[in-house]
Write a protein that binds this ligand. Sequence first.
Ligand SMILES: O=P(O)(O)OC[C@H]1O[C@H](O[C@H]2O[C@H](CO)[C@@H](O)[C@H](O)[C@H]2O)[C@H](O)[C@@H](O)[C@@H]1O
Length: 268
Amino acid sequence: MTLPADLREAAALFAERDRVLVATDFDGVLAPLVLDPSTSAPLPGTIEDLRALHGYPQTWAAVVSGRDLATLTELTGLGDSSVTRIGSHGAESSEAADDAGGTELTDAQREHLTALTAELEDLCAGLSEGVYLEHKPSAVVLHTRRMADEPAAEAEQAALEVAARHTGLHVLHGKQVVEMSVLQADKGTALVALRDAVGATHVAYFGDDVTDEHAFSALGDDDLTVKVGDGETAARFRVAGPQDAAQALSLLRTLRAAATTATDPLAM
Ligand SMILES: O=P(O)(O)OC[C@H]1O[C@H](O[C@H]2O[C@H](CO)[C@@H](O)[C@H](O)[C@H]2O)[C@H](O)[C@@H](O)[C@@H]1O
């Protein structure tokens, strides 16, 4: 598996930039997609690469995910680190001052989420086996990966119809998931806010799903945007899957270490 030459060249240029932020999606990029989200695991070396990058001069690393912040922190094992974790598509952040990571709901939002969840539970009870709900602080997610194609499509359509009857709901239709949130958030807004907060001049971002397109679109032509897998994209580069993304991350680590002449703390 060799990374495309244009991506390797762009990575070399990126590594020479002044202040850089290396950010990545979790599911489908760091962690291959699996049937049971609780068993998702980052590929070997990826978290170490992010930790190392974050330790280099003028360099920051982040994971930007649809997972809720607590789950993201647990699955990445980054709770002991200052690598930024952004969860719930930008609604939660490890940089937030409050304990909830920035997801304090109003009473009305809490009631809305409870009512929506009850409605979706009723919906699921009438659908084929395999459909299930994932619960997050500000959202509920209908999953169909365990279903056959046709019932999965029907279940996703039914969830979208439930969502359409609710006002003030923010819907994201990802890979075999329909996510309904009472908070508005997107990865692009969150990533740009983090870039500006750390003062990065250039950003690398890896993503595989439609929700990552917000991040790709929010970045510029000088940023290093990498789509992982198939599908239309606004990213500048594409790799086939998580193994290639891991290779690209490792390359960025090597190149940035050389560019900043930092000693790699994990190589000692
Ligand atoms: O932004 P991400 O880090 O990519 O998170 C997006 C959603 O990821 C999870 O669902 C996806 O991964 C599951 C485990 O591999 C898979 O079963 C599911 O079909 C995928 O859509 C997660 O469960 C969701 O909450 C995230 O929003």
